[in-house]
Design a binder for this molecule. Sequence first.
Ligand code: GLC
Length: 445
Amino acid sequence: MLGAFLCLNCVFAQHPKLSLDLQEAEWFKEAKFGLFIHWGLYSILGGTYNGHTLPDPSLPQGESWYAEWIQMRLGIPDKEYRALAQQFNPVNFDADQWIKEAKEDGIRYFVITSKHHDGFALWDSQVSDFNSMHTPFKRDILAELVAACKKYGMKYGFYYSHWQDWEDPNGALPYWMPKRSDADFEKYWQGKSLPQVKELLQKFDPDLLWFDTWDEETHITEKRRDELIALVRANSKKCLINGRISFLNPGENIDFLEMHDNQYPDKILSKPWQTPATMTKSWAWHAHDFNWKSSCEMLGYLVNNTSKGGNYLLNIGPKPDGSFPAAAIRRLREMGGWLYANGEAVYGAKPVPLAVGEGIFLTQKEENGNSYLYISISNPSGKIDLPIDAKRIGSCEVLETGQPVPYREVKGATHIELPKEVFPITSLIVLKAKLTGKIPEGGSL
Ligand code: GLC
């Protein structure tokens, strides 16, 4: 008997379950709006080094705005980059303030770069000394943020660069640098990447892990991908894993798909998914990146993604002193204000598989036995035709004010003309229509 038990145990050890219970992703599917943070040593430079500011087309690899890539883009020697650790002293960093801000702005989950490609960790890692404890700041940033997330009931996760690591002598490098041999990469994999992920799981119990590869990935074979998934599953019963663990070959066991940077699908996807998105062109703080998107544009992406079953993970690059840029806060607060009044159409809302015109986004919900359709409109003409039988609509109103909105049947479709009063309210108007019957299985009206 004992023999049989031991044997079963060893089968389990050899083939750990790689998939997570689908239920664990429910919160993610409902949350819709996350905050992404890129913050690390690169933030000190703010996109400029030695008189060169990104993008700098005069340099062979200088074409990118991404300030977190500055070390490789501008070819900063390893020693000089490492020395930045002695300048890392973000005296205005206040974890409580960050998470409180996020909470008040309608954000439902928080993801921070625990370690980006430069290899510098924002926690007290026993695996590598290249971390925030070995700086004048001497603080475990993740520990403080996790405590604040718990206080405010905010789900939290970590970006972890499992593939690129420019500090480790065997970590992967950008494509224009020499490629590591597989045996060397394995040393990094076993010596830093896997142990740090284990440390993150055991120390902080995250709700999700955000791994990063893209089209040109090398070294992340199926075997390594599954080894990493198995490690996460062995240490957590809830931690979600994103598709960029292996962008081109994520397999069946990841929990949600991660789009390319700032990419917005135009159709409903069946797996949970999200778009990582920037407010400017860079992810990390870039003092000369003035390409700020408006809050209205960003709300449009959030609503678009919600209507296709996905999430919007919006990024801020905090400044070297640990504060959020004022321009980022203003935008977050505007979005939070809009969500305060219209969040009903976003959080927990499901997509509607109907083709509608440009600038119109549909979501739906069942509540207390009633079915509702939400129509988010950024179409300035204010005239819309929905391919829905008008008899299916029992009432229609502007969500944030309750103003009734007339609708009628025109050629088998429902024709709606927005009342003129709505236009000064906002450029993204949401209508709430109560349906006369239940939404059929599958969600199609
Ligand atoms: C890319 C970049 C990286 C950024 C990420 C966010 O993978 O390499 O700098 O963190 O996209 O989506």
